[in-house]
Design a protein around this ligand. Structure first.
Ligand code: S3P
Length: 171
């Protein structure tokens, strides 16, 4: 059983993923964290010094490594769906898309200094809209299960995932 969370920045992938893994007694893997651990530096540093392309390579490498585990919940980064190779890897799990509105993303990232794509932006709303336009179709394409934008708390999202898994389960 491998559950993979996808969705835009600040959709709650890491928090929901960690809680979901506890609930189902599975290991938890956060790809962003794994990238930072392997590199020994922060994602911001990687973007600043090595550039986004190199970050994407590191992200794919960690995603491939995560396939060594099969009883796990994996939280991905917002840009994971961009590459075809990554999208193929996602097929090896049950993919859960946490749909999230721009408004919610803006509220949750208001003081955020760690997300390079927002840090560099003069107009966060516009940046998020541009990312959404490109990525939403990919999120939808990859998703086995979609959790609709939540007024829900993270715990309610976990509840909803558990219920939906009961009816849609790959292995
Ligand atoms: C990114 C999202 C981040 C992180 C990196 C790039 C993106 O992850 O992987 O900053 O391209 O949207 P979160 O979705 O966890 O913020």
């Amino acid at each position: 059983m491998r559950l993979i969370l996808i969705g835009p920045m600040a959709s709650g992938k890491s928090t929901v993923g960690r809680r979901l893994s506890k609930r189902l007694n599975l290991n938890f893997i956060d790809i962003d964290e794994e990238v930072e651990k392997s590199a020994g530096v922060s994602i911001s540093w990687i973007f600043d010094v090595e550039g986004e392309e190199k970050f994407r390579e590191r992200e794919t490498k960690e995603l491939v490594k995560s396939l060594n585990y099969d009883k796990c919940v994996i939280s991905t980064g917002g840009g994971t769906v961009l590459s075809e190779k990554n999208r193929d890897i996602l097929k090896k799990g049950t993919v859960i898309y946490l749909e999230t509105s721009i408004q919610t993303q803006l509220e949750r990232t208001i003081n955020d200094k760690n997300r390079p794509l927002l840090k560099e932006s003069n107009d966060r709303e516009q940046t998020l809209r541009e990312l959404k336009k490109i990525r939403d179709p990919l999120f939808n394409k990859c998703a086995d299960i979609t959790i609709k934008e939540a007024k829900n708390s993270h715990n309610e999202v976990v509840d909803e995932i558990v219920i939906k898994l009961g009816i849609k389960w790959k292995k």
